[in-house]
Design a protein around this ligand. Structure first.
Ligand SMILES: NC(=O)c1ccc[n+]([C@@H]2O[C@H](COP(=O)([O-])OP(=O)(O)OC[C@H]3O[C@@H](n4cnc5c(N)ncnc54)[C@H](O)[C@@H]3O)[C@@H](O)[C@H]2O)c1
Length: 324
C-alpha cells in the first residue's frame, strides 16, 4: 500500500509508520510538528512539513504523491482541559483540518481513510463494557470535536463512494521495541508514564485519585493497549477497507481492565512507586473497558502485548530520553 500518514511525527502516528514500514508499505508523512518531533519519523518515510488546516500544504503533498491508497489521520489536538478552555481551536484543528483533508482526497481521487477517534466520544459510560453502538454523548470539546469529525467522515464517504475505518482508542501506552520512539511529551497525564516517571525519580510521588470506588481494590479500572498493537490494527483496518470496499467503525481495547493499584503493583517490580491517595476527580467512572469483539471478528485483531510490556517499554524509553 502507499499510505499517507498525517500526524506521523506524533506518539501513535510514529508507531503506525514504523509498523507500516516493517510491513513493506510505502509511507509518506505529513505533520506540522506542533506536538510531534521530526526525530520520531522513520528514516524510510518521506516527510512533508505541512498543516492540514492549510489547503496549499495539502495540495503540495497530493500534487507530488500520486496513487495514494490510504490516508491515515492522527493529526489532532487532544488535551481535554485545554479543549474546555479553547474549544474553537479544537474544532478548527480537529474538524476543519479533516474537512480540508477530505476535500483534497476527493479532488485527488484518494478513496480510503483511517481515522483515530477516541473513547471520549462515548462520554459518561452507561455500562462498564463499552460497545460501538453505545450512545455517544461527549462531555468535553475534545470528544465533541472527534464525534463531529466521525460524522463528517461518514457522510462524505457515503456521498463520494469512499471507505472509512474509524478506530475508537481507549488508554494507549508503551513504546516501540527499538526504543527509538515512544511517548515524549511534557506534562504527561496518562497513568503508565506517570508511574514510570515516579520509578525513575522524575516525580517524587504520584497521586491516586480515590480508593473508594465500587471495584475490588477501590481504585478505578481502565482498559490499556500497547501502542504497537494499536499500530498493527491500523494496517489490518486499512487492508480491510481496501480489499472489501467497505467502511467500519471499531473499538480498540483489550476487553480487560486493570485498576490503578494493579498497574502500580505490576510496575513495582522495576522500582519503588511512591504514591498518595487523594480525593476522587470529577467525572471519573469506576470502570471503563472496551469490548473488542468487533475488532476480533472483522479484522482478526488480537492484542499481543501485556501490561508488563507496556510498563517495561515505556520505562526503558523514558530512561533513554532522560539519561537515567
Ligand atoms: N494518546 C492517546 O492516549 C489517545 C487516545 C485516544 C485517541 N487518540 C487519538 O490518536 C491520535 C494521535 O494521538 P497522539 O497521542 O499520537 O498525539 P500526538 O500529539 O503525539 O500526535 C499528533 C500529531 O499530529 C500533528 N498535528 C496536529 N495538528 C496538525 C495539523 N493541523 N497539521 C498537521 N499535523 C498536525 C502533531 O504535530 C503530532 O505529530 C489523535 O487523533 C488522538 O485524538 C489518542
Amino acid at each position: 500500500m502507499k499510505v499517507l500518514v498525517i500526524g506521523g511525527a506524533g506518539y501513535i502516528g510514529s508507531h503506525a509508520v514504523y509498523e507500516l514500514i516493517r510491513d513493506n508499505n510505502e509511507v509518506i508523512v505529513m505533520d506540522n510538528l506542533s506536538t510531534g518531533k521530526e526525530n520520531m519519523i522513520h528514516k524510510s518515510a518521506k516527510f512533508y512539513l505541512g498543516d492540514i488546516t492549510k489547503k496549499e500544504d495539502l495540495d503540495k503533498v497530493f500534487d507530488s504523491e500520486k496513487n495514494i491508497d490510504v490516508v491515515m489521520h492522527f493529526a489532532a489536538k487532544l488535551i481535554v482541559p485545554e479543549s474546555v478552555k479553547m474549544p474553537l481551536e479544537y474544532y478548527y484543528n480537529n474538524v476543519e483540518g479533516v474537512r480540508l483533508m477530505l476535500d483534497a482526497m476527493i479532488r485527488y481521487g484518494v478513496k480510503n481513510v483511517v481515522f483515530s477517534s477516541t473513547a471520549a466520544v462515548y462520554g459518561e459510560p452507561i455500562k462498564p463494557i463499552c460497545e460501538e453502538d453505545d450512545i455517544t454523548l461527549p462531555i468535553n470539546p475534545y470528544g465533541a470535536s472527534k464525534l463531529a469529525t466521525e460524522n463528517m467522515i461518514k457522510w462524505v464517504c457515503n456521498a463520494y463512494n469512499m471507505n472509512y475505518c474509524i478506530f475508537r482508542y481507549f488508554n494507549v501506552a508503551g513504546a516501540d521495541k527499538s526504543l527509538d520512539i515512544g511517548l515524549d511529551k511534557d506534562n504527561l497525564t496518562h497513568l503508565i508514564p506517570i508511574v514510570t516517571q515516579t520509578i525513575l525519580g522524575i516525580r517524587n510521588k504520584m497521586k491516586v485519585f480515590g480508593d473508594d470506588y465500587d471495584t475490588p481494590d477501590g481504585t478505578c479500572i481502565r482498559d490499556y493497549i500497547h501502542v504497537t498493537d494499536l499500530a498493527l490494527a491500523h494496517i489490518l483496518g486499512a487492508k480491510y477497507i481496501l480489499n472489501n470496499n467497505k467502511s467500519i467503525l471499531v473499538n480498540l481495547g483489550s476487553n480487560n481492565g486493570y485498576s490503578v493499584k494493579e498497574v502500580i503493583d505490576a510496575a513495582s517490580i522495576y522500582g519503588k512507586v511512591n504514591y498518595e491517595i487523594v480525593e476522587r476527580r470529577e467525572g471519573d467512572p469506576a470502570k471503563l473497558i472496551a469490548s473488542n469483539s468487533k475488532a476480533k471478528d472483522l479484522l482478526g485483531w488480537i492484542p499481543k502485548y501485556t501490561l508488563d510490556d507496556m510498563i517495561k517499554t515505556d520505562l526503558e524509553f523514558r530512561r533513554k530520553i532522560n539519561n537515567k
